[in-house]
Design a protein around this ligand. Structure first.
Ligand code: AMP
Ligand code: MG
Length: 491
């Protein structure tokens, strides 16, 4: 059933990782399995055997051809450099070639204590595993590059965090697990050869259009390409009200996929200063800071690439800096493109920026639900009836002033109201992983062994743009007593 492994990372120089087999668990039970993703990855599901799948996705048996390993990486955590992090509880089984010919990593998260575990127990609690499963799959369904969730297994063992919780293992799929922190690990050790290996691997796997480039230009172009992809990614987050929560450099993927869904959350009432994570006391990763944290993270990547760009790294500072200085414009263009499509605008007009800003200001002032505002705007484009939309705002004055400006701007579009509304509905989700619904699913699973709540939520989120009759409750913001103000890494 398991597709053949390629073992790309396992064949890199041995000091880039440590060979490490997952540690067996007592009583594994498969609680989620992503069949569409399995098919995309080349699994033969006609030969599907749940007992066998449970053995593999728990780490109790190593699938044929895999050579599990823990990757070395470093990272800036909340601005502080930690020279040695690494996979403290994750193992990479290997890579498989998916149906599109793309190499994908298959990783077990929560698979036991590796040489990188430091004080940790190498395990993952069920709650965070299910959260990552739900949110990463929802991000994918909403068109945001993200790692994927292939399976979740409970271990039959307890893990101890704030309270004891059931233990679990997540099978995560990524275009690769190369991080900014992977480069930082070797840069901190002055290992230019390892950096070259990693940079060449990044180009091969994620930026093959650069593969014919040679010399220092090749690595400068890599930096530029990662910068562009990360700018596009964070613009998408901003367009959905997504707050990652731990944008440390070890959680910043070179592929441009959203990586690590710890204390992440979606904003409801719009406020650019929103922070959920209990560990982000300084609000470093607040919603509105995210684009600038991305720039900061890519600057850290740039530092690691200097010795590949020029023999004398000093000489590389100027071109690398010039490239990073272009970020605000690149990000602004990506973000404006996202916001234009959210407002149903295909043409580009100079005044669009001011139009978007005015809407956000009205939303902030009116404490309007981020997701529903854009969704209701689609209805407003079609019906010219604004009352449902306006009811989302506590102080409706500003939105009432704004709507005529938007309608006037829409007259410049080629399409009519119905066509504009339908394209708006294809980018503005009705269903997002609302924090209280995610919480409800995690509690049901951890406390009552009820996985149905989790499964139903996942099903709703797999069609985020399509209205699903009978599922109105999934579209609603949290009632006062349901609100989630803090999220926990729980790792
Ligand atoms: P994260 O906050 O999940 O991005 O992890 C940051 C670092 O802590 C990584 O090096 C992880 O491997 C490590 N880590 C997180 N949780 C554990 C755990 N339970 N046991 C060992 N290492 C962990
Ligand atoms: Mg991480």
């Amino acid at each position: 059933m398991f597709p053949d492994f390629t073992l790309r990372y396992a064949r890199l120089p041995a000091h880039l990782f440590t060979r490490f087999d997952p540690e067996p668990v007592t009583a594994p039970r498969l609680v989620a399995f992503n069949r569409p993703l399995a098919e995309e990855l080349g699994f033969d599901l006609t030969a599907y055997d749940e007992a066998e799948a449970t053995q593999w996705f728990s780490g109790n048996r190593v699938p044929p051809g895999a050579e599990p390993l823990a990757q070395a990486y470093a990272g800036h955590q909340f601005g502080n450099f930690v020279p040695r992090l690494g996979d403290g509880r994750a193992v990479l089984l290997g890579e498989v070639t998916d149906r599109h010919g793309q190499l994908r990593d298959i990783q077990l998260k929560g698979a036991g204590c590796t040489p990188f575990s430091r004080g940790g127990d190498g395990r993952a609690p069920l709650g965070p595993v299910l959260r990552e499963y739900l949110v990463s799959e929802a991000m994918h369904a909403m068109g945001v590059p993200a790692t994927r969730a292939l399976a979740a297994v409970t271990t039959g063992e307890r893990v101890f965090r704030r309270t004891p919780e059931p233990g679990a293992v997540l099978t995560r799929v990524a275009k690769s697990h190369l991080r900014v922190g992977t480069f930082q690990y070797f840069a901190a050790r002055g290992d230019t050869e390892a950096l070259r290996v990693l940079a060449d691997l990044a180009i091969e796997r994620h930026y093959p259009h650069l593969s014919s480039m040679t010399g220092g230009e090749r690595y400068l172009a890599l930096l530029e390409a990662v910068l562009a992809r990360q700018a596009a990614l964070v613009a998408k987050w901003m367009g959905l009200g997504f707050i990652h929560g731990v944008m440390n450099t070890d959680n910043t993927a070179i592929s441009g996929e959203t990586l690590d869904f710890g204390p992440c959350a979606f904003m409801e009432a719009y406020d650019p200063r929103t922070v959920f994570s209990s560990v982000d006391a300084g609000a470093r990763y607040a919603y509105a800071n995210q684009p600038w944290m991305t720039q900061w993270n890519i600057a850290r990547l740039g530092e690691t690439l200097l010795p590949l760009i020029e023999k004398n790294p000093e000489h590389a500072i100027e071109p690398a800096t010039a490239l990073l200085e272009a970020y605000p414009d690149i990000y602004e263009a990506e973000w404006l493109a996202v916001m234009r499509t959210k407002l149903g605008l295909e043409r580009e007009e100079t005044r669009d920026r001011a139009l978007v800003d005015a809407l956000l200001e009205a939303m902030h002032h009116g404490r309007a639900d981020f997701t529903l505002t854009f969704r209701q705007l689609a209805d407003a484009a079609e019906t010219e009836d604004d009352e449902v939309l306006v009811a989302l705002f506590e102080n409706p004055g500003a939105i009432r002033d704004w709507l005529p400006r938007w309608r006037e701007r829409l007259t410049l579009e080629q399409a009519g109201g119905a066509a504009i509304a339908s394209r708006m509905r294809s980018v503005n989700p009705l269903y997002i992983p609302r924090n209280h619904k995610v919480e409800e699913a995690l509690v049901a699973a951890a406390e009552r062994d009820d996985f149905g709540t989790f499964a139903t939520l996942g099903e709703v989120l797999s069609q985020p743009f399509t209205e699903q009759p009978g599922r109105e409750a999934y579209a609603r913001p949290a009632a006062l007593d349901e609100r989630v103000f803090r999220t926990f890494c729980g790792t």
